[in-house]
Write a protein that binds this ligand. Structure first.
Ligand code: ADP
Length: 449
């Protein structure tokens, strides 16, 4: 049964004390024959006291800093003490928050990276001095403006409009020509975003210098190597025909093998330097992948010399937008690795297929496999699981690095599955917009339908 209609114990207590006071005053008054008048007077005093405290409370609420709460006993005293305690706690909390806020502001001001807080529709809510310098933001005018209207760079616009903010985007500063900025967006709260801006110009300059050095050094090494090879070419026939250099035939053969290896290394280094200096390949050549793979199949068979079972399963009209030389190096490197790292009688299956997600190039072998711990590092330059084996197979240690960069240029990605002693599967995934329309799309539809 509901007890809402019952008076609360506090109210009963208050009524009891008030009645007691009035009763006591009335009793005293009755000694001089003025009982009820004394009781009414006591009631009036009680009422006035309540009204006075009520008014003081109202004044205090209006301006708690200027007004003071009266000192009172009883229930009013408890109420006033409670309010003063509450006020004290609030002041303490406010002071603590202010200290945290000023510490946060001091630390963000000291931050060398720009930080911009963006609201749910991309408007600027707050930024630190570094962001002011890097992006040319103005405190008064730019708060409330949309960041996309201030940083008008295609790469940034594309990144900003994405749903997924994984990774970073780099583009030139909107205010300082020649300054490269890296943008990273971190979503939080209810549609808010924190944008971190870093000046990466020095890093990019260093990278360019390193790349140029490797490219120039490789290029310079080519000339002396050509001279050495020229002499070896002259000397070699003399060894075979039993001439004066016959005794030198073994060292000369070794010198030729090493010169060939060095040539391959220089070739790969130059290829990698070229790949690294280019951004996403925007040139839209239509690559006849099935024709390119027919050549790769021939090369694989001649490399294997009949020691492996090699199967090619190619979707005949599936083409790709890209650059021929770098796409060819993806195919050649993966297939030649499969031949090199698969023992005799092993199976190598190459597939080129498409679906509604894009196109896939897959090379599966029943070879020696790769340990799980090596998988994350396998595409690093010069990383080899077994250096001796790689050298014996004529490997430069740069093949998978070239493959990784070339795939990135095609906006694709590579996945590797492998088990030691069972084999490896390398799959390159290319996005659907890289797949050539027309016959290939028709074929895609047929294969899906
Ligand atoms: P390399 O010139 O040494 O072959 P790569 O960059 O092409 O250099 O490959 C790096 C390393 O990855 C190789 O040394 C080899 O240990 C391993 N690897 C690559 N492909 C395969 C494969 N199909 N099976 C087993 N190991 C492989």
């Amino acid at each position: 049964m509901s007890r809402a209609w019952l008076p609360s114990p506090e109210l009963l207590r208050e009524l009891f004390y008030t009645a007691l006071k009035i009763g006591a005053v009335g009793l005293l008054g009755s000694f001089v024959g003025l009982g009820w008048q004394a009781a009414v007077l006591a009631l009036a005093v009680c009422l006035l006291t309540h009204l006075r405290y009520l008014v003081r409370l109202r004044i205090w609420f209006a301006s708690p800093k200027q007004a003071e709460l009266p000192i009172a006993g009883g229930t009013w005293g408890e109420v006033f003490d409670g309010l003063l305690n509450l006020q004290k706690r609030n002041r303490k909390r406010k002071r603590r928050l202010a200290a945290i806020l000023s510490e946060f502001q001091a630390s963000t001001e000291a931050l060398p990276d720009g930080a911009v807080v963006l609201g749910s529709s991309g408007e600027i809510v707050w930024f630190n001095p570094a962001a002011q310098a890097l992006l040319g933001l103005r405190v008064q005018q730019d708060v409330g403006l949309r960041i996309a209207n201030l940083v008008r760079k295609p790469a940034f616009t594309e990144y900003f409009s994405r749903d997924d903010y994984s990774g970073e985007v780099e583009c030139e500063s909107p205010v300082n020509i020649g300054t490269m900025l890296s943008f990273r967006i971190i979503p939080y709260g209810n549609g808010q975003r924190l944008m971190i801006v870093r000046d990466v110009s020095d890093m990019r300059r260093l990278e360019t210098a390193r790349r140029d050095f490797v490219a120039n050094a490789s290029h310079e090494l080519r000339t002396p190597l050509t001279v050495l090879r020229g002499y070896l070419d002259v000397m070699e026939p003399d060894c075979h025909t039993g001439g004066s250099l016959f005794e030198w035939r073994t060292p000369i053969a070794e010198m030729r093998a090493q010169a060939t290896r060095m040539e391959a290394l220089i070739g790969d280094l130059l290829k990698l330097a070229r790949l690294e200096s280019d951004l996403i390949n925007t040139r839209q050549d239509v690559l006849d992948v099935p024709r390119m793979l027919a050549r790769v199949e021939q090369e694989a068979r001649s490399l294997s010399q009949g020691k492996h079972r090699i199967e090619f399963d190619i979707q005949p009209a599936l083409r790709l937008y890209g650059r021929e030389a770098e796409t060819q190096s993806i195919f050649t490197n993966l297939v030649s690795n499969a031949v090199h790292y698969t023992p005799e009688k092993g199976i190598i299956s190459v597939r080129w297929s498409g679906d509604d997600q894009g196109a896939q190039f897959q090379v599966a072998d029943s070879g020696i496999g790769i340990e799980e711990k090596d998988l994350p590092r396998i595409t690093e330059r010069f990383y080899r699981v077994d250096i001796g084996r790689s050298r014996a197979s004529g490997g430069t240690g740069l093949g998978l690095s070239i493959v990784k960069h070339a795939i990135e240029h095609l906006e694709g990605r590579m996945t590797i599955e492998s088990e030691v002693g069972v084999g490896s599967t390398f799959t390159c995934h290319f996005p659907v917009h890289r797949v050539h329309d027309g016959a290939s799309r028709q074929e895609l539809r047929n294969s899906i339908g």
